[in-house]
Design a protein around this ligand. Structure first.
Ligand SMILES: C[S@@+](CC[C@H](N)C(=O)[O-])C[C@H]1O[C@@H](n2cnc3c(N)ncnc32)[C@H](O)[C@@H]1O
Length: 454
């Protein structure tokens, strides 16, 4: 398997693990079998799996060695982060641990937040389905005794909690600047000395972003915006609130964290290594292998999945195979069909860079090719590897990693052809000479005979 990955230039990297789209089993199967569900349905899976791996790492670091733990979570949705934190407490062997989950589970995106994801979240919250799934997931992971649920907005309940009553506070509720600022302000009051405040959705910090775009997005309360400076998308309300509250903070892959020391807040020293995606999310975590012919490849449990790069969330277009090899072969076949179709639709090649010594020089897919013009219109997008190899053997196609490489090869082929023509010519001239000699010696013989007869 590894050699395939290397041959294809594909690399495993946990860092890029992304939001899973299709878990190994369906929502209905999960509900029936008492398994946790964090798939595409009800937008149950909210953040890239790597963030939960990081959250677990941060929580282990913050909570280890404490005999009694009180955790506050603002924004729980289907419970992916609550269960991550609960699993940490259980794994650390802390018997007295409570996680208070505060969430209104009501539609909270306004019509301006028109993305499909938000619409589907509003529906999941409006029908009550997501809160039911939260309870199912907590039960399925055996955390009912550890989790306390308060169905309310943070602004309605946090002010009533006693000061310094939590060891760890995780903020992942509303993304609006005023709401995040409120949650942070309350968290600073509620966390004990030595405790930790942590949060989600800090993709970019101030200093990295385009200021004008950012100011405008915060003023308009936009949930998610593309930053023209970095090209990345981020939550402007979260960036504004977090970076206004804390100067010295740790953040990585969207997760952020500060530790209280007396009256001060500092970035903790994070000895996080060997990250693991929490067990309850492993059935959905897609491990990326890289990109192959316009498809992103992932491993999902025992299966291998590919999504078209141009439509990463269009899961109807996903390809699934039991092995990476089969998946790659399938993509290759689809690519071939697409190229043939493109050629039928578009007619002639459009990729020719220049003509050179009777060859068309073509750039395609990071490679350079030369096609003998004698072949007539040739569209590389319609050719499969084996066809190109046959052409190469016949000397009507060359390839290289640069245009100069290809030109050298073309020259070599042209010179070989000239040599062959020359040697054919020489043979022909030799034959002609021979024939001429034969004819002239016969003529000599005839004339001497003629002379003798005379
Ligand atoms: C991104 S989801 C949380 C995802 C969850 N932490 C996870 O990792 O799976 C945001 C949650 O915040 C909740 N929420 C929205 N406004 C809130 C508020 N004012 N107070 C508390 N929770 C809020 C939403 O109902 C939603 O469940």
């Amino acid at each position: 398997m590894e050699s395939w990955i290397l041959d294809l230039g594909l690399e495993r990297s946990l860092d890029n693990t992304r939001i899973a789209i299709e878990p190994l089993y369906s929502l209905a199967e999960a509900l029936e079998a008492g398994k946790p569900y964090f798939g595409r349905r009800l937008s149950a899976f909210q953040s890239p799996p790597i963030r939960y791996a990081l959250l677990a790492g941060v929580a282990i670091d913050a909570l280890k060695g404490k005999p009694k733990i009180r955790v506050l979570e603002i924004g729980s949705w289907a419970g992916a982060s609550s269960i991550t934190l609960g699993t940490v407490i259980r794994t650390l062997g802390i018997a007295d641990g409570v996680i208070t989950c505060v969430d209104p589970w009501e539609p909270y995106f306004v019509p301006g937040d028109a993305a499909m994801h938000y619409k589907s979240m509003n529906v999941a919250a409006g029908t009550g389905a997501i809160q039911q799934l939260f309870h199912h997931n907590i039960r399925a992971c055996g955390l009912v005794g550890m989790v306390e649920v308060i169905k309310a907005g943070a602004q309605d309940v946090l002010p009533s909690f006693a000061a310094e009553s939590f060891d760890f506070i995780y903020i992942d509720g509303s993304h609006k600047k005023e709401d995040v600022s409120h949650d942070i302000e309350q968290a600073m009051r509620l966390v004990r000395d030595g405790g930790t405040i942590c949060g989600d959705d800090l993709e970019l910090v101030k200093g990295e972003i385009d200021e004008a775009t950012h100011r405008d997005a915060v003023a308009r309360n936009v949930d998610y915006v593309a930053d023209p400076r970095t090209g990345a998308s981020y939550h402007p309300g979260v960036t504004e609130a977090v970076c206004s509250a804390f100067v010295d903070l740790w953040h990585d892959k969207g997760l952020w964290c500060v530790k209280r020391s007396g009256g001060e807040w500092h970035a903790p020293v994070m000895p996080i290594k060997d990250l693991d995606i929490p067990v309850h999310l492993q059935h959905t975590a897609e491990i990326p292998y890289g990109v192959f012919k316009g498809h992103e490849l992932f491993q999902l449990g025992e299966r291998f999945v590919a999504y078209p790069v141009s439509q990463p969330l269009w899961f109807q277009n996903r390809l699934v195979q039991r092995s990476l090899e089969d998946l790659v072969l399938m993509i290759d076949a689809i690519d071939c069909i697409d190229r043939r179709r493109a050629s039928r639709e578009t007619g002639c090649p459009k990729l020719i860079v220049e003509g050179y010594c009777g060859f068309n020089i073509v750039q395609y897919n990071n490679g350079w090719y030369g096609f003998d013009q004698a072949l007539g219109p040739t569209d590389i997008r319609t050719l499969v590897e084996s066809e190109i190899e046959v052409m190469k053997c016949k000397g009507s196609c060359v390839s290289g990693i640069s245009i100069d490489d290809v030109k050298m090869e073309v020259l070599r082929i042209v010179m070989e052809q000239q040599d062959r023509k020359l040697s054919v010519f020489q043979t022909e001239v030799g034959d002609l000479n021979q024939a001429f000699r034969e004819v002239s010696s016969k003529a000599d013989f005839d004339s001497s005979l003629h002379r003798k007869r005379a």
